[in-house]
Design a protein around this ligand. Structure first.
Ligand code: FAD
Length: 468
Protein backbone atom coordinates (compact mmCIF):
# COMPACT_ATOMS: atom_id res chain seq x y z
CA UNK A 1 0.00 0.00 0.00
CA UNK A 2 1.30 3.42 -0.91
CA UNK A 3 2.16 5.14 2.35
CA UNK A 4 3.59 8.50 3.29
CA UNK A 5 5.29 8.78 6.70
CA UNK A 6 5.44 12.32 8.10
CA UNK A 7 8.11 12.92 10.76
CA UNK A 8 8.81 16.30 12.37
CA UNK A 9 12.46 15.43 13.12
CA UNK A 10 15.38 14.78 10.80
CA UNK A 11 16.43 11.71 8.87
CA UNK A 12 19.64 11.04 10.76
CA UNK A 13 21.96 9.80 8.03
CA UNK A 14 24.22 12.77 7.19
CA UNK A 15 27.62 13.18 8.87
CA UNK A 16 28.18 16.46 10.74
CA UNK A 17 31.34 18.58 11.05
CA UNK A 18 33.22 15.74 12.78
CA UNK A 19 32.30 13.06 10.25
CA UNK A 20 29.75 11.51 12.64
CA UNK A 21 25.97 11.64 12.39
CA UNK A 22 25.42 11.97 16.16
CA UNK A 23 27.37 13.61 18.98
CA UNK A 24 28.25 11.83 22.23
CA UNK A 25 27.10 12.65 25.76
CA UNK A 26 30.37 14.16 26.95
CA UNK A 27 30.70 16.76 24.17
CA UNK A 28 27.16 17.57 23.05
CA UNK A 29 26.63 20.09 20.24
CA UNK A 30 23.61 21.37 18.31
CA UNK A 31 22.78 17.84 17.11
CA UNK A 32 21.95 16.83 20.68
CA UNK A 33 18.66 18.57 21.40
CA UNK A 34 15.48 19.74 19.71
CA UNK A 35 15.57 23.56 19.54
CA UNK A 36 17.10 24.30 22.96
CA UNK A 37 19.59 26.97 24.04
CA UNK A 38 21.17 24.53 26.48
CA UNK A 39 21.30 20.75 26.76
CA UNK A 40 18.91 19.29 29.34
CA UNK A 41 20.44 15.92 30.17
CA UNK A 42 19.05 14.40 33.39
CA UNK A 43 22.46 13.92 34.98
CA UNK A 44 23.55 17.50 35.48
CA UNK A 45 27.01 16.85 36.83
CA UNK A 46 28.95 15.03 39.48
CA UNK A 47 30.43 16.66 42.60
CA UNK A 48 28.33 19.70 41.62
CA UNK A 49 30.57 20.26 38.59
CA UNK A 50 28.52 21.02 35.51
CA UNK A 51 29.96 18.17 33.48
CA UNK A 52 26.96 17.36 31.41
CA UNK A 53 24.86 20.33 30.36
CA UNK A 54 26.09 23.24 28.25
CA UNK A 55 24.89 25.96 25.86
CA UNK A 56 24.10 24.82 22.33
CA UNK A 57 22.83 26.37 19.10
CA UNK A 58 19.10 25.97 18.47
CA UNK A 59 18.65 23.20 15.91
CA UNK A 60 16.49 20.18 15.05
CA UNK A 61 18.53 17.90 17.34
CA UNK A 62 17.58 14.35 18.17
CA UNK A 63 16.50 14.51 21.82
CA UNK A 64 13.67 16.64 23.14
CA UNK A 65 12.58 17.38 26.67
CA UNK A 66 9.04 18.73 26.83
CA UNK A 67 8.55 20.50 30.16
CA UNK A 68 5.12 20.68 31.75
CA UNK A 69 5.37 22.13 35.27
CA UNK A 70 6.07 19.14 37.53
CA UNK A 71 6.95 16.69 34.75
CA UNK A 72 9.57 16.81 31.98
CA UNK A 73 9.18 14.21 29.24
CA UNK A 74 12.16 13.05 27.17
CA UNK A 75 11.42 12.12 23.54
CA UNK A 76 13.31 11.17 20.40
CA UNK A 77 12.91 13.46 17.37
CA UNK A 78 13.75 12.01 14.00
CA UNK A 79 12.98 9.13 11.68
CA UNK A 80 12.89 6.31 14.24
CA UNK A 81 11.49 8.40 17.13
CA UNK A 82 12.50 7.25 20.61
CA UNK A 83 14.46 4.33 19.21
CA UNK A 84 17.16 6.82 18.15
CA UNK A 85 17.89 7.98 21.69
CA UNK A 86 16.71 5.18 23.94
CA UNK A 87 18.75 2.64 25.87
CA UNK A 88 17.57 -0.12 23.55
CA UNK A 89 16.34 -2.24 26.47
CA UNK A 90 13.84 -4.63 24.96
CA UNK A 91 11.76 -6.11 27.74
CA UNK A 92 8.60 -8.21 27.48
CA UNK A 93 6.36 -7.34 30.43
CA UNK A 94 5.38 -9.71 33.16
CA UNK A 95 2.28 -11.44 31.79
CA UNK A 96 0.09 -11.07 34.87
CA UNK A 97 0.72 -7.29 34.97
CA UNK A 98 0.17 -6.97 31.21
CA UNK A 99 -3.22 -8.68 31.65
CA UNK A 100 -4.08 -6.26 34.42
CA UNK A 101 -3.08 -3.19 32.37
CA UNK A 102 -4.68 -4.25 29.07
CA UNK A 103 -7.42 -6.75 30.01
CA UNK A 104 -9.12 -6.37 26.61
CA UNK A 105 -6.12 -7.83 24.78
CA UNK A 106 -5.79 -11.58 24.26
CA UNK A 107 -2.57 -12.17 26.23
CA UNK A 108 -2.12 -15.72 24.93
CA UNK A 109 -1.98 -14.40 21.37
CA UNK A 110 0.38 -11.57 22.36
CA UNK A 111 2.83 -13.86 24.15
CA UNK A 112 2.77 -16.63 21.55
CA UNK A 113 2.69 -14.52 18.40
CA UNK A 114 3.18 -10.77 18.60
CA UNK A 115 5.91 -10.39 21.24
CA UNK A 116 8.09 -13.00 19.45
CA UNK A 117 7.39 -11.27 16.11
CA UNK A 118 8.31 -7.84 17.48
CA UNK A 119 11.50 -9.21 19.07
CA UNK A 120 12.47 -10.81 15.78
CA UNK A 121 11.94 -7.75 13.58
CA UNK A 122 13.56 -5.44 16.17
CA UNK A 123 16.55 -7.85 16.27
CA UNK A 124 16.61 -8.15 20.04
CA UNK A 125 19.71 -9.94 21.38
CA UNK A 126 21.18 -10.92 24.77
CA UNK A 127 24.58 -10.06 26.19
CA UNK A 128 26.78 -13.17 26.31
CA UNK A 129 27.44 -13.92 29.99
CA UNK A 130 31.23 -14.37 29.62
CA UNK A 131 31.48 -10.97 27.93
CA UNK A 132 29.45 -9.34 30.70
CA UNK A 133 31.51 -10.95 33.46
CA UNK A 134 34.83 -10.05 31.86
CA UNK A 135 34.34 -6.55 30.44
CA UNK A 136 35.73 -3.52 32.26
CA UNK A 137 32.84 -1.57 30.72
CA UNK A 138 30.32 -3.52 32.87
CA UNK A 139 32.17 -3.20 36.19
CA UNK A 140 29.47 -0.69 37.21
CA UNK A 141 26.72 -3.28 36.66
CA UNK A 142 28.58 -6.07 38.46
CA UNK A 143 29.17 -3.81 41.45
CA UNK A 144 25.47 -2.93 41.62
CA UNK A 145 24.65 -6.64 41.46
CA UNK A 146 26.97 -7.23 44.44
CA UNK A 147 25.54 -4.41 46.56
CA UNK A 148 21.96 -5.45 45.74
CA UNK A 149 22.83 -9.05 46.68
CA UNK A 150 24.05 -7.90 50.11
CA UNK A 151 20.54 -6.52 50.67
CA UNK A 152 18.92 -9.76 49.51
CA UNK A 153 17.85 -8.52 46.07
CA UNK A 154 18.37 -10.49 42.87
CA UNK A 155 19.10 -9.18 39.39
CA UNK A 156 18.00 -10.08 35.89
CA UNK A 157 19.60 -9.57 32.50
CA UNK A 158 17.78 -7.23 30.14
CA UNK A 159 17.83 -7.93 26.36
CA UNK A 160 18.62 -5.11 23.95
CA UNK A 161 18.52 -4.02 20.30
CA UNK A 162 22.17 -2.91 20.49
CA UNK A 163 24.28 -5.62 18.88
CA UNK A 164 26.42 -7.27 21.56
CA UNK A 165 28.53 -8.80 18.82
CA UNK A 166 29.35 -5.26 17.68
CA UNK A 167 30.04 -4.18 21.25
CA UNK A 168 32.54 -7.01 21.80
CA UNK A 169 34.32 -5.95 18.60
CA UNK A 170 34.36 -2.34 19.86
CA UNK A 171 36.13 -3.50 22.98
CA UNK A 172 38.67 -5.44 20.93
CA UNK A 173 39.35 -2.28 18.92
CA UNK A 174 38.17 -3.79 15.62
CA UNK A 175 35.38 -1.30 14.82
CA UNK A 176 34.54 2.33 15.69
CA UNK A 177 33.26 2.66 19.25
CA UNK A 178 29.70 3.77 19.99
CA UNK A 179 28.21 2.25 23.19
CA UNK A 180 31.75 2.18 24.54
CA UNK A 181 32.27 5.83 23.55
CA UNK A 182 29.43 7.35 25.62
CA UNK A 183 26.94 7.43 22.75
CA UNK A 184 23.27 6.77 23.40
CA UNK A 185 21.01 9.62 24.50
CA UNK A 186 21.93 11.85 21.57
CA UNK A 187 21.98 8.87 19.19
CA UNK A 188 24.35 5.98 18.45
CA UNK A 189 26.58 6.18 15.39
CA UNK A 190 27.04 2.39 15.32
CA UNK A 191 25.81 -0.82 16.87
CA UNK A 192 22.20 -0.01 17.66
CA UNK A 193 19.40 -1.36 15.48
CA UNK A 194 17.05 1.60 15.79
CA UNK A 195 13.75 1.59 13.88
CA UNK A 196 15.25 3.36 10.86
CA UNK A 197 17.40 0.24 10.45
CA UNK A 198 14.67 -2.35 11.13
CA UNK A 199 10.95 -1.68 10.56
CA UNK A 200 11.36 1.55 8.59
CA UNK A 201 14.16 0.17 6.38
CA UNK A 202 11.96 -2.85 5.62
CA UNK A 203 9.03 -0.56 4.83
CA UNK A 204 11.04 1.69 2.52
CA UNK A 205 12.44 -1.45 0.89
CA UNK A 206 8.96 -2.38 -0.40
CA UNK A 207 9.10 0.64 -2.72
CA UNK A 208 5.67 1.72 -1.46
CA UNK A 209 6.72 3.89 1.46
CA UNK A 210 8.06 7.45 1.36
CA UNK A 211 9.35 9.17 4.47
CA UNK A 212 9.11 12.97 4.70
CA UNK A 213 11.38 14.23 7.51
CA UNK A 214 11.12 17.73 9.00
CA UNK A 215 7.37 17.62 8.32
CA UNK A 216 5.24 18.37 11.35
CA UNK A 217 1.51 17.67 11.30
CA UNK A 218 -0.33 20.49 13.03
CA UNK A 219 -3.99 19.91 12.17
CA UNK A 220 -6.30 17.09 11.10
CA UNK A 221 -9.72 17.54 9.50
CA UNK A 222 -12.11 15.17 7.75
CA UNK A 223 -12.05 15.12 3.96
CA UNK A 224 -14.39 12.76 2.10
CA UNK A 225 -13.99 9.33 3.68
CA UNK A 226 -10.44 10.21 4.74
CA UNK A 227 -8.52 13.13 6.20
CA UNK A 228 -6.74 16.37 5.29
CA UNK A 229 -3.62 17.31 7.20
CA UNK A 230 -2.00 20.69 7.64
CA UNK A 231 1.74 20.09 7.64
CA UNK A 232 4.63 22.47 8.32
CA UNK A 233 7.93 21.68 6.63
CA UNK A 234 10.99 23.29 8.24
CA UNK A 235 14.75 23.40 7.68
CA UNK A 236 17.04 21.85 10.32
CA UNK A 237 17.57 25.42 11.61
CA UNK A 238 13.83 25.83 12.12
CA UNK A 239 12.92 28.07 9.21
CA UNK A 240 9.57 27.44 7.58
CA UNK A 241 9.95 25.95 4.09
CA UNK A 242 6.25 25.51 3.32
CA UNK A 243 2.88 24.89 4.86
CA UNK A 244 1.18 22.05 3.00
CA UNK A 245 -2.21 20.43 2.85
CA UNK A 246 -2.04 16.66 2.31
CA UNK A 247 -4.92 14.23 2.03
CA UNK A 248 -5.19 10.52 2.72
CA UNK A 249 -7.74 7.71 2.77
CA UNK A 250 -6.52 6.16 6.03
CA UNK A 251 -4.62 8.00 8.76
CA UNK A 252 -2.40 6.17 11.26
CA UNK A 253 -1.19 8.32 14.15
CA UNK A 254 2.19 7.26 15.55
CA UNK A 255 3.31 10.56 17.04
CA UNK A 256 3.74 9.05 20.52
CA UNK A 257 1.84 9.65 23.74
CA UNK A 258 2.37 13.43 23.62
CA UNK A 259 2.13 13.97 19.86
CA UNK A 260 -0.89 11.81 19.07
CA UNK A 261 -2.82 13.00 22.11
CA UNK A 262 -2.17 16.64 21.24
CA UNK A 263 -3.28 16.21 17.62
CA UNK A 264 -6.53 14.49 18.63
CA UNK A 265 -7.30 16.88 21.50
CA UNK A 266 -6.78 19.85 19.19
CA UNK A 267 -9.01 18.26 16.55
CA UNK A 268 -11.76 17.53 19.06
CA UNK A 269 -11.70 20.81 20.96
CA UNK A 270 -11.43 23.10 17.93
CA UNK A 271 -14.42 21.33 16.37
CA UNK A 272 -12.53 19.72 13.46
CA UNK A 273 -13.37 16.21 14.73
CA UNK A 274 -16.06 16.90 17.33
CA UNK A 275 -17.21 13.28 17.69
CA UNK A 276 -13.88 12.19 19.24
CA UNK A 277 -14.29 10.54 22.62
CA UNK A 278 -14.12 12.33 25.98
CA UNK A 279 -11.44 9.72 26.80
CA UNK A 280 -8.87 11.50 24.59
CA UNK A 281 -6.24 12.95 26.93
CA UNK A 282 -7.01 10.62 29.86
CA UNK A 283 -4.98 7.99 31.73
CA UNK A 284 -1.51 9.38 31.23
CA UNK A 285 1.40 8.14 33.31
CA UNK A 286 5.24 8.21 33.35
CA UNK A 287 5.51 4.40 33.71
CA UNK A 288 6.41 5.00 37.35
CA UNK A 289 9.87 6.28 36.36
CA UNK A 290 12.15 7.39 39.20
CA UNK A 291 15.93 7.92 38.89
CA UNK A 292 18.16 7.30 41.87
CA UNK A 293 21.82 8.08 42.57
CA UNK A 294 23.78 6.39 45.36
CA UNK A 295 27.43 6.47 46.31
CA UNK A 296 29.78 3.52 46.70
CA UNK A 297 32.75 3.03 49.02
CA UNK A 298 36.13 4.21 47.74
CA UNK A 299 37.21 0.56 47.82
CA UNK A 300 34.45 -0.30 45.34
CA UNK A 301 34.92 1.79 42.18
CA UNK A 302 32.33 1.72 39.41
CA UNK A 303 34.98 2.17 36.68
CA UNK A 304 35.67 5.21 34.55
CA UNK A 305 34.92 3.28 31.37
CA UNK A 306 31.22 2.40 31.20
CA UNK A 307 29.10 1.05 28.37
CA UNK A 308 26.16 3.34 27.66
CA UNK A 309 23.89 0.31 27.14
CA UNK A 310 22.30 -1.00 30.36
CA UNK A 311 22.01 -4.78 30.57
CA UNK A 312 21.14 -5.64 34.17
CA UNK A 313 18.26 -4.76 36.50
CA UNK A 314 17.61 -5.24 40.21
CA UNK A 315 14.37 -7.08 40.83
CA UNK A 316 12.27 -6.22 43.86
CA UNK A 317 8.56 -6.49 44.63
CA UNK A 318 6.83 -4.11 42.23
CA UNK A 319 10.09 -2.32 41.29
CA UNK A 320 12.44 -3.06 38.42
CA UNK A 321 15.56 -0.92 38.91
CA UNK A 322 17.75 -0.78 35.84
CA UNK A 323 21.42 -0.21 36.47
CA UNK A 324 22.29 2.81 34.35
CA UNK A 325 25.78 3.97 33.41
CA UNK A 326 27.41 7.27 34.38
CA UNK A 327 29.75 7.56 31.42
CA UNK A 328 31.53 10.64 32.78
CA UNK A 329 34.99 9.49 31.69
CA UNK A 330 36.22 9.73 35.30
CA UNK A 331 35.72 7.55 38.38
CA UNK A 332 32.66 8.94 40.17
CA UNK A 333 31.77 6.09 42.60
CA UNK A 334 28.17 6.86 41.63
CA UNK A 335 25.64 4.15 40.88
CA UNK A 336 22.67 5.38 38.89
CA UNK A 337 19.37 3.54 38.52
CA UNK A 338 16.20 3.96 36.53
CA UNK A 339 13.45 2.44 38.66
CA UNK A 340 10.24 1.45 36.92
CA UNK A 341 7.59 1.37 39.62
CA UNK A 342 3.89 0.53 39.42
CA UNK A 343 2.73 3.98 40.51
CA UNK A 344 -1.07 3.90 39.97
CA UNK A 345 -1.45 7.71 39.77
CA UNK A 346 -2.64 9.05 36.41
CA UNK A 347 -2.50 12.51 34.86
CA UNK A 348 -4.44 13.91 31.92
CA UNK A 349 -3.89 16.19 28.97
CA UNK A 350 -6.22 19.14 28.31
CA UNK A 351 -6.27 21.46 25.32
CA UNK A 352 -5.18 25.04 26.02
CA UNK A 353 -6.91 27.00 23.26
CA UNK A 354 -4.92 30.21 23.81
CA UNK A 355 -1.60 28.40 23.41
CA UNK A 356 -3.01 25.88 20.88
CA UNK A 357 -1.26 23.11 22.85
CA UNK A 358 -2.03 20.09 24.96
CA UNK A 359 -1.07 20.71 28.57
CA UNK A 360 -0.32 17.91 31.02
CA UNK A 361 -2.05 17.96 34.38
CA UNK A 362 0.31 16.08 36.69
CA UNK A 363 1.47 17.19 40.13
CA UNK A 364 4.61 16.42 42.11
CA UNK A 365 2.42 14.71 44.73
CA UNK A 366 1.36 12.17 42.12
CA UNK A 367 4.95 10.97 41.82
CA UNK A 368 5.06 10.07 45.55
CA UNK A 369 3.93 6.42 45.35
CA UNK A 370 6.68 5.65 42.81
CA UNK A 371 9.26 7.53 44.85
CA UNK A 372 8.34 5.66 48.05
CA UNK A 373 8.55 2.27 46.32
CA UNK A 374 11.98 3.10 44.86
CA UNK A 375 13.23 4.59 48.12
CA UNK A 376 12.27 1.46 50.08
CA UNK A 377 14.51 -0.64 47.82
CA UNK A 378 17.49 1.71 47.90
CA UNK A 379 17.23 2.49 51.63
CA UNK A 380 17.62 -1.25 52.17
CA UNK A 381 20.56 -1.47 49.76
CA UNK A 382 22.28 1.48 51.48
CA UNK A 383 21.64 -0.04 54.94
CA UNK A 384 23.08 -3.39 53.92
CA UNK A 385 26.21 -1.76 52.44
CA UNK A 386 26.78 1.16 54.78
CA UNK A 387 26.45 3.54 51.81
CA UNK A 388 24.39 6.69 51.19
CA UNK A 389 22.62 8.52 48.40
CA UNK A 390 24.43 11.03 46.19
CA UNK A 391 23.00 14.54 46.10
CA UNK A 392 25.32 16.00 43.47
CA UNK A 393 23.94 14.32 40.36
CA UNK A 394 20.50 15.67 39.40
CA UNK A 395 20.85 19.31 40.41
CA UNK A 396 18.74 20.85 43.23
CA UNK A 397 20.59 18.60 45.72
CA UNK A 398 18.25 15.67 45.26
CA UNK A 399 19.16 11.99 45.29
CA UNK A 400 15.96 11.04 43.46
CA UNK A 401 14.57 12.47 40.26
CA UNK A 402 10.82 11.94 39.99
CA UNK A 403 10.14 15.02 37.91
CA UNK A 404 11.00 13.59 34.51
CA UNK A 405 10.32 10.43 32.57
CA UNK A 406 11.57 8.49 29.58
CA UNK A 407 8.40 6.41 29.23
CA UNK A 408 5.32 8.58 28.61
CA UNK A 409 2.28 6.33 28.21
CA UNK A 410 -1.42 6.93 27.66
CA UNK A 411 -3.69 9.69 26.41
CA UNK A 412 -5.58 7.60 23.80
CA UNK A 413 -6.06 4.37 25.67
CA UNK A 414 -6.91 1.13 23.90
CA UNK A 415 -10.52 0.10 24.39
CA UNK A 416 -11.49 3.55 25.72
CA UNK A 417 -10.47 6.35 23.29
CA UNK A 418 -10.12 3.68 20.58
CA UNK A 419 -11.66 0.28 20.01
CA UNK A 420 -9.62 -2.75 21.11
CA UNK A 421 -7.54 -2.58 17.90
CA UNK A 422 -6.60 1.11 17.99
CA UNK A 423 -9.40 2.40 15.72
CA UNK A 424 -10.23 5.87 17.03
CA UNK A 425 -13.80 6.02 18.33
CA UNK A 426 -16.19 8.38 16.55
CA UNK A 427 -14.48 8.24 13.11
CA UNK A 428 -13.62 5.71 10.41
CA UNK A 429 -10.19 5.13 8.86
CA UNK A 430 -8.41 6.81 11.78
CA UNK A 431 -6.00 4.77 13.94
CA UNK A 432 -3.53 5.09 16.83
CA UNK A 433 -0.41 2.91 16.81
CA UNK A 434 1.84 4.21 19.60
CA UNK A 435 2.45 4.43 23.34
CA UNK A 436 -0.67 6.54 23.89
CA UNK A 437 -2.65 3.27 23.76
CA UNK A 438 -1.14 2.03 27.06
CA UNK A 439 -2.71 3.47 30.22
CA UNK A 440 0.24 4.99 32.05
CA UNK A 441 2.15 1.98 33.38
CA UNK A 442 3.61 -1.27 32.14
CA UNK A 443 6.13 -2.34 34.79
CA UNK A 444 8.96 -2.55 32.23
CA UNK A 445 10.43 -0.40 29.44
CA UNK A 446 7.68 0.00 26.87
CA UNK A 447 8.96 -0.09 23.31
CA UNK A 448 8.67 -3.84 22.68
CA UNK A 449 5.08 -3.76 23.92
CA UNK A 450 4.27 -0.71 21.78
CA UNK A 451 5.72 -2.58 18.79
CA UNK A 452 3.92 -5.85 19.52
CA UNK A 453 0.59 -4.06 20.02
CA UNK A 454 1.09 -2.20 16.72
CA UNK A 455 1.74 -5.56 15.00
CA UNK A 456 -1.41 -7.04 16.55
CA UNK A 457 -3.60 -4.07 15.67
CA UNK A 458 -2.20 -3.75 12.14
CA UNK A 459 -2.86 -7.44 11.45
CA UNK A 460 -6.54 -7.00 12.37
CA UNK A 461 -6.98 -3.67 10.60
CA UNK A 462 -5.36 -4.98 7.40
CA UNK A 463 -7.64 -8.01 7.42
CA UNK A 464 -10.85 -6.11 8.11
CA UNK A 465 -10.54 -2.50 6.91
CA UNK A 466 -8.74 -2.87 3.57
CA UNK A 467 -10.86 -5.54 1.93
CA UNK A 468 -12.34 -3.67 -1.03
C1 FAD B 1 16.40 8.68 26.80
C2 FAD B 1 15.38 7.59 26.60
C3 FAD B 1 15.71 6.28 26.92
C4 FAD B 1 14.76 5.27 26.75
N1 FAD B 1 15.13 3.97 26.95
C5 FAD B 1 14.25 2.98 26.65
C6 FAD B 1 14.64 1.61 26.68
O1 FAD B 1 15.81 1.29 26.93
N2 FAD B 1 13.71 0.66 26.37
C7 FAD B 1 12.41 1.00 26.05
O2 FAD B 1 11.59 0.11 25.84
N3 FAD B 1 12.03 2.30 26.00
C8 FAD B 1 12.92 3.27 26.25
N4 FAD B 1 12.55 4.57 26.10
C9 FAD B 1 11.16 4.86 25.73
C10 FAD B 1 10.86 4.52 24.27
O3 FAD B 1 11.84 5.07 23.42
C11 FAD B 1 9.47 5.05 23.95
O4 FAD B 1 8.55 4.41 24.81
C12 FAD B 1 9.07 4.78 22.51
O5 FAD B 1 9.98 5.32 21.60
C13 FAD B 1 7.68 5.37 22.28
O6 FAD B 1 7.28 4.99 20.99
P1 FAD B 1 6.09 5.74 20.29
O7 FAD B 1 5.92 5.10 18.97
O8 FAD B 1 4.93 5.80 21.23
O9 FAD B 1 6.55 7.25 20.10
P2 FAD B 1 7.93 7.92 19.65
O10 FAD B 1 9.04 6.93 19.62
O11 FAD B 1 8.08 9.13 20.51
O12 FAD B 1 7.67 8.35 18.15
C14 FAD B 1 6.86 9.42 17.80
C15 FAD B 1 7.48 10.13 16.62
O13 FAD B 1 6.53 11.04 16.09
C16 FAD B 1 7.15 12.29 15.85
N5 FAD B 1 6.09 13.31 15.98
C17 FAD B 1 5.47 13.72 17.10
N6 FAD B 1 4.53 14.62 16.83
C18 FAD B 1 4.54 14.79 15.48
C19 FAD B 1 3.81 15.62 14.59
N7 FAD B 1 2.84 16.43 15.03
N8 FAD B 1 4.11 15.58 13.26
C20 FAD B 1 5.09 14.74 12.80
N9 FAD B 1 5.83 13.95 13.62
C21 FAD B 1 5.54 13.97 14.93
C22 FAD B 1 8.24 12.40 16.90
O14 FAD B 1 9.25 13.32 16.49
C23 FAD B 1 8.72 10.96 16.98
O15 FAD B 1 9.74 10.69 16.05
C24 FAD B 1 13.47 5.60 26.28
C25 FAD B 1 13.15 6.91 25.96
C26 FAD B 1 14.09 7.90 26.11
C27 FAD B 1 13.72 9.31 25.73
Amino acid sequence: MRTLVLEMGQLWNQPGWDGEVHCDMINPDKRSMWFKNRTEAPVDGVLFLDLANRPIQRYAGVLDRVNYGDMGVYLGRGVGGGSLVNGGMAVVPDRAYFEQVLPQVDAAEMYSRFFPLANRVLRVNHIPQPYFEGSEYYRFSRLSRTVAGRAGYGTTFVPNVYSFDYMAREERGEVPKSALATEVMYGNNHGKVSLDKSYLADAVGTGNVTIAPLHQVVRIEPEGTGYALTVREITPDGELVAEKRLTCGHLFLGAGSLGTTELLLRARDTGALPALSAEIGESWGPNGNVMIARGNHLTEPTGFQQSSIPVLAITADDVLAEIAPVPAGIETYVSLYLAITKNPERGRFVYDAAADKAVLQWTRAQAAPGLEAAKAVFDRINDANGTTYRYDVFGSRRAFADDFCYHPLGGCVLGRATDVYGRVKGYRNLYVTDGSLIPGSLGVNPFVTITALAERNAARVLAEDFTS
